[in-house]
Design a protein around this ligand. Structure first.
Ligand code: FES
Length: 544
């Protein structure tokens, strides 16, 4: 990539599709990128774009003033994506340059950023940048931000490894050149022909040749672990990975926090600890439920530790700072208020997420599609069980559990009693719906349970069972829920003991599990690796 004069890195959010309007616009941008890949900027026409998008020609005018504006919007989209998906995550690891460079190589050569389609479009724009100032500015900005980041990381590596004789500019330029050569290869191949693990190995070999001992080839061979469908033991007990999971798997996932009916009045609130996020849900003066990070804006301590209650305003007890129920700070100056989280209602259920990234937007649809979910309105209880095992092991056990409903077919007094109670309910089905990364909804004749496995630290988690009942009578509800919990293996002591024992076997004793995971568990592991590519490694990345 070309290096231009220094410009500051902007904080850019990929302009994602949320409303129908922006979805249409995004569809045109996607089609435009495909057209650019096939025809190049000069031969891309509005007609070709709408043909790919399967939309009518007139609609383009509604979203873009001209073809040129559409091309610039497409290039801006790619630049924002590059920043959000590569520069920002790598910058977060800047204090640990080995980890940052490893992640940079992973992400730079990842199909999400470096598909043949996208790479060829970048080069196509660069080809016309000499005659189009906007193209030059956008492409130059992206390359410059990347070059600055590489230079900083290499410089830090030189300091950390005490090799002052090395030239950071030359080494950074070398790495950028290696990556660009690999991109050029990608641009002329089909995705099926690209050997990405090999490309990543070559990039790391360059780094290893300059910083011996810092970048180990065997521990970074992602393909081996991914192919075996098994994750290495370190993945279940690594503090650094815990932080990456929080940022890349949990931040933009919709998490259940409670019921709308639990906070009927202005000032009513729920405080929910999700392990990776502390949430405060408050009913504001307009009657709207709002979600905030439960953290003072002055210092990141918990603002309100209660699980539920009523307040007139939100107050920090340490220095008395006060916030309105809509999160604004009560002060003459316009000081920062509370950090807002996204909140959605599915029927009576409140779902919250910390960040807004498109890949998980469809997860809300998955919640909404669960039959019977919106109908359950009566609250039962929430139970937390501490588990001395990694949250991923709990999920894997869920996914290999017997199919929905089979538990009720078991003989035994619990099954017989439950069957007699269930006969009075309209629904006879048991259903399970897994919502990645960490929630499982079990719908039963007597009600439902939302299981949440909440990471609290590397190798430790909490299993939260949120029980709901269809039964009007509390005594029957309690009995049915108790029997159901005996028939459903998830929260049972034996199941938890087995998970904890598996953790010990994997992590403490170094025993290997089967390489042949069941399909659902294998899918889950692929999902994890797609979200956090480092999980495919055989050994943990070494901290500097
Ligand atoms: S720490 Fe909250 S007001 Fe000072």
């Amino acid at each position: 990539m070309r290096t231009r004069e220094k410009k500051t890195t902007r904080s850019v959010q990929i302009p994602r599709a949320r409303s129908g309007h922006s979805r249409q616009r995004q569809r045109l941008i996607d089609a435009c990128i495909s057209a650019l890949h096939i025809y190049g900027p000069s031969r891309t026409t509005v007609e070709k774009v709408v043909a790919i998008a399967k939309m009518s020609p007139g609609i383009v005018r509604f979203y873009f003033a001209s073809k040129a504006a559409m091309l610039v919007a497409s290039l801006q989209f790619l630049a924002a994506e590059f920043e959000e998906q590569l520069l920002v995550p790598v910058m977060r690891l800047k204090s640990r340059p080995v980890a940052a460079l490893e992640l940079m190589v992973d992400l730079y050569l990842d199909p999400e950023i470096a598909s043949p389609r996208k790479v060829s479009v970048w080069y196509a724009f660069w080809g016309e940048a000499s005659s189009r100032q906007e193209y030059y500015d956008i492409c130059g900005q992206k390359d410059q931000s990347f070059a600055v980041l590489v230079r900083e990381l290499i410089e830090q590596m030189i300091i950390d490894t005490s090799q002052p004789q090395l030239d950071p500019d030359g080494i950074a330029l070398g790495l950028i050149g290696v990556l660009e050569m690999l991109w050029q290869d990608f641009a002329f191949q089909n995705e099926a022909d690209i050997d990405r693990p090999s490309a990543k190995r070559r990039a790391r070999a360059y780094l290893r040749s300059i910083f011996p001992g810092q970048f180990s080839s065997s521990s970074l061979d992602a393909s081996a672990a991914a192919g075996s469908q098994q994750l290495a033991a370190w993945v279940y007990c690594n503090a650094r990975l815990f932080a990456m999971e929080r940022d890349y798997l949990f931040a933009d996932s919709w998490q259940f926090v409670g019921l709308d009916s639990q906070i009927p009045l202005t000032g009513d609130f729920l405080g929910v600890d999700l392990g990776v996020e502390r949430v405060l849900v408050v009913r504001d003066t307009t009657g709207e439920a709002r979600a905030f990070r439960n953290s003072c804006s002055e210092a990141p301590h918990i603002l309100n530790p209660a699980a539920r209650g009523h307040v007139e305003s939100i107050q920090c007890t340490v220095h008395g700072l006060q916030y309105e129920l809509d999160g604004r700070r009560r002060s003459a100056d316009r000081a920062a208020g509370l950090s807002a989280l996204e909140l959605r209602l599915i029927g009576n259920l409140i779902l919250v997420r910390s960040a807004d990234h498109d890949p998980h937007a469809s997860a809300l649809d998955s919640w909404a599609a669960i039959p019977g979910l919106a109908e359950v309105s009566s609250w039962g209880m929430a139970v937390d069980l501490a588990i001395a095992a990694d949250w991923k092991l709990v999920v894997e056990q869920w996914l290999v559990a017997p199919p929905s409903g089979s538990a009720v077919a078991r003989v035994g007094w619990s099954a017989r009693l439950y069957a007699s109670l269930a006969a009075s309910f309209a629904s006879a089905d048991w259903q399970r719906h897994f919502l990645a990364p960490n929630q499982l909804v079990e719908i039963r004749p007597d009600g439902m349970t939302i299981f949440q496995v909440l990471p609290v630290a590397a190798g430790r988690c909490v299993l939260r069972e949120n029980h709901f009942s269809r039964c009007a009578e509390e005594r029957v509800a309690g009995a049915a829920q108790y029997l159901a919990s005996r028939l459903s293996s998830f929260g049972r002591r034996a199941s938890i003991t087995m998970t904890e024992s598996t953790q010990v076997g994997l992590v403490t004793l170094g025993h290997e599990g089967s390489h042949r995971a069941r399909a659902a568990a294998a899918d889950f592991r692929r999902y994890l690796i797609a979200g956090v590519p480092a999980m495919a490694r055989i050994r943990a990345p070494t901290d500097p």
